[in-house]
Write a protein that binds this ligand. Sequence first.
Ligand SMILES: [Zn+2]
Length: 304
Amino acid sequence: MAGANVYPSLSKVNWRELTLATIDKASAIAWCRQHGLLAKQMRCPECNGDMAEYERSTKIGFRWQCRDRDCKTTLQIVKNSFFEGTRFQLQTTIELLYLYSYEMASYKNVRRECGIASDETICNYRNYVRDIYAEYFVDNPLQLGGPGRVVEIDESAFVRRKHNVGRTVKTQWVFGGIDVESKEGFLVEVERRDAGTLLPIIQHYILPGTTVISDLWAAYNTVSNLGYQHLTVNHRLNFVDPISHATTNHVESMWARAKQRNKRECGTHRTLLDTYLFEFMWRLKFGDDPFQNLINQIRTRYPV
Ligand SMILES: [Zn+2]
């Protein structure tokens, strides 16, 4: 189709407006079409003829059927969309996306608001949404800093519960950085904290010309040879360097927030640390308008 599509804004849509707009199967389909998530027309895969939609007593409520009387091929109404293969009614999936995006998707809330009884199902769907966050950064590699900008870097030990191994915990090092101005950041699991591991990650995430601030960890010794200004803070002596006034307060605060959330979410149900870290990065970037951005990214990833 020619011309740019304009989709209604979702930035200020609240739970009441959303559930009213998707109150039954037909309106849920209309909502998805309005936001570019479901096809408005379909060509028959058998004869390339026009298809029409018919009401059916199915989970989604409608199916495509070829208009040709000799063909009559049928297709799911959600064929070739994000919703293909979903286990839920369309309106339930939309509600789940809303709750997950705004971090309102506790097991208790999802059970009550969406009528999903199984914790396993809720957890699986959460991981499914997390994949969208991770895929965003695969398609749009994050690059922080640039000339005149400051990025603070640091490593931190995360506790990681081993799945099915009772209370066993393992320490997992995470390397991260935050752009002091934009507040965007990266967090990456690392097996080692040596220069060979950390320097390529710095080069992947931080643009040349950036002022990089770190502690005195030896792995960072050659950062200034890589096209960055490098300032250091001696944490044993002070948290603000008396000469350069460099601090790592922003990255320290990022660790505190990431760990607090990780502890809350990984307590009893399995969560993979790396997908959790992608979600945290996603929230640093899109946390001010998460539902709109989630829907935008689904639309980009699953064009209809
Ligand atoms: Zn046909």
